[in-house]
Ligand binder design. Structure first.
Ligand code: ADP
Ligand code: MG
Length: 599
């Protein structure tokens, strides 16, 4: 409480390094500070909302509003820019820990990546959660005051202040001498230097918020600006009505007014016809926390579940496979954000929203009719989630199909990135098996990029099998040279050349695609469609069987216990012999895969 001593902390050495790295490498992108501060305010408001689900009092005590405000002290005359939120706040320990002492888990990784890249960029900083340090880009001294909500456990929280200079290697935390000036939440005061005057202009700040923050923040952001002098502008202001407008300070009530910045409906609530391509791309960048890449495709739709809940959604195909995708896939990725009436609820229900094989998609879902205080437990058991998942899967399949039809180049990228995931999807979903099979692309002896539908179209008359050869990690050229392929190719058949780990198990489950069966050309069971044309060949084989009977007999004896049979074949052209796997047995390739897994 009051009278408490100021405590001085030393930054950990890594944090010192990080701070100076952030400050130096972002020098030409100073304006990211506003995006990062608002993103933290947004996080703090989301945390408050989540807490309020189990502890209703946190909302009512002290501060009824859930807002972010941007304020230029005395219209900017003092050079102070103040950003406040009424979010979850930080107590003394949290101020010290979150803003200064603990090197977070990603720190080492970040330093390594920054070293590799010869500096950090604004992207890395957002992804690794170092946003707060960008405040030092525009302010030599950063002051953060914070007050957590009163709870049953801590009924009398005390507002504390954190102060640090950009260059120092220490920071201070003390009880705020002003007392609890905030109703709840956090206030950041920046001393904008002379060289950064652009951040002291309301219109510049509004433009920046518009550009970077409207997509990621659905909580209202207000900025305080001088009241318009011209009657024309005043007329425009008249029909703008906002609830939760922060109270004006009494002394400048006449001169200044709060204006909401992000007053447009969030992009997913708008009519898709009114949203431009650029807006979708900007939204993707905000969702992915990656400013450098554009999505491969997206779909924006309204869904109605049978349980009566309707929702709106935007679904993106990311242009890169998330780092550690294959290891995170089982523990769950936080790629579906569920909102209820514009309010963020959760992004960690994992497979409940999306089957694993589609968990790379970045999806925003905003449901209209769920009770706002719905808890995770009720959600998990609700029929809504099951029905939602069904609709999302259908929309995802439509999205891929459309992209495949409209933009072959983009679809090639999709196949390269997500080919394995789609194959797993085909194996795991009985319902959508054929639809997903149609999304798969392969290299074949006829084409570098073909689909099963095309394969069927190009089949030879009488052909009843889809021929393939599989070899994980082998090149398709090597596969094409295989003796198994030779004979078929010579007879004019197309063979799929498969080298993904998921190819062979996937083909194993494809027992009926448009009336055809998948057939590994290295296994027994191979049927030609043109057998009738080969009567002569059959006769010859019969004759040769008699001629070679002694050799076959001798080979069988020599190889006893190692092979189950030795037979003559007409399947080879230049190779003298080959080992064939029984059609019911594991192929050599599968055996290798399983052996590797067992290790
Ligand atoms: P990140 O947001 O990715 O965690 P930052 O450097 O932006 O990284 O913020 C560091 C931490 O400081 C946050 O995780 C949060 O705990 C705390 N913090 C920052 N700003 C606020 C705020 N406005 N309200 C509450 N906590 C905050
Ligand atoms: Mg942050």
């Amino acid at each position: 409480g009051a009278g408490e001593e100021t405590e001085t902390f030393k930054y950990e050495s890594d944090i010192s390094r990080l701070r100076s790295l952030v400050i130096h490498s972002l020098y030409s992108h100073k304006d990211v500070f506003l995006r990062e501060v608002i993103s933290n305010a947004n996080d703090a408001l989301e945390k408050l909302r989540l807490t309020s689900l189990t502890d209703r009092d946190v909302l009512s005590a002290g501060e009824p509003n859930i807002t972010i405000t941007v304020d230029l002290d005395e219209g900017g005359k003092t050079g102070k820019l103040v950003i406040r939120d009424t979010g979850i706040g930080m107590n003394k320990t949290e101020l010290a820990r979150n803003l200064g002492t603990i090197a977070r888990s990603g720190t080492n990784e970040f330093l390594k990546r920054a070293d590799d890249a010869g500096g950090a960029d604004s992207n890395l900083i957002g992804q690794f959660g170092l946003g707060f340090y960008s405040c030092f880009l525009v302010s030599p001294v950063v002051r953060v005051s914070s007050l957590p909500p009163a709870t049953a456990e801590h009924p009398d929280p005390v507002q504390h202040t954190f102060v640090s200079t950009a260059s120092g290697d220490t920071f201070e935390v003390f009880a705020d001498p002003r007392g609890n000036t905030l109703g709840r939440g956090t206030e950041i005061v920046l001393d904008i230097g002379d060289e950064d005057q652009q951040f002291l202009s309301t219109s510049n700040l509004k433009a920046l918020i518009d550009k970077h923050s409207t997509f990621s923040t659905t909580f209202p952001i207000y900025i305080r600006e001088r009241k318009a002098q011209t009657p024309k502008a005043e007329v425009k202001d008249e029909d703008e009505e906002f609830d939760d407008v922060p109270a004006d300070d009494e002394e400048d009530e006449d001169e200044f007014t709060w204006v909401r910045v992000n007053d447009q409906a969030p992009i997913w609530m708008r009519d898709p016809k009114s949203v431009s391509k650029e807006e979708y791309i900007e939204f993707y960048k905000a969702v992915a926390k990656d400013q450098t890449q554009e999505p491969l495709g997206w779909t924006h739709f309204k869904g109605d579940t049978q349980s009566g809940v309707s929702f709106r959604s935007i679904m993106f195909i990311p242009p890169v496979l998330e780092k550690d995708f294959w290891s995170k896939i089982t523990s769950g990725l936080n790629n579906v954000r569920l909102m209820v009436k514009r309010v963020f609820i959760t992004d960690d229900l994992g497979e409940q929203y999306m089957p694993r094989w589609l968990s790379f998609l970045k999806v925003t879902v905003d449901a209209d009719d769920l009770p706002l205080n719905v808890s995770r437990e009720t959600l998990q058991n609700s029929r809504f989630l099951k029905q939602l998942q069904r609709i999302l899967v259908r929309k995802a399949i439509d999205l891929f199909s459309k992209l495949a039809a409209d933009d072959k180049e983009k679809y090639k990228q999709v196949s390269t990135l997500y080919g394995n995931a789609l194959r797993i999807g085909m194996m795991e979903s009985q319902k959508d098996k054929i639809k997903i099979a149609k999304l798969l692309r392969f290299e074949s002896t006829r084409s570098p990029f073909t689909s099963l539908e095309e394969y069927v179209e190009n089949r030879k008359e009488g052909q009843t099998q889809i021929y393939y050869i599989a070899g994980v990690g082998e090149t398709t050229q090597a596969l094409a040279r295989s003796p198994f392929v030779e004979k078929l190719k010579a007879r004019g058949y197309e063979i799929l050349l498969l080298n993904l780990p998921s190819d062979e198990p996937m083909m194993g489950t494809l027992n009926n695609f448009m009336g055809m069966q998948a057939q590994d050309v290295s296994k027994k069971g191979l049927k030609y469609g043109d057998e009738d044309e080969d009567e002569a060949e059959k006769k010859e084989l019969a004759a040769q069987n008699i001629a070679y009977a002694p050799l076959l007999k001798w080979l069988k004896k020599e190889l006893e216990g190692q092979v189950s049979d030795v037979v003559l074949t007409n399947r080879l052209v230049t190779s003298p012999c080959t080992i064939v796997v029984d059609s019911m047995g594991w192929s050599a390739n599968m055996a290798r895969l399983m052996a590797a897994q067992a290790e």
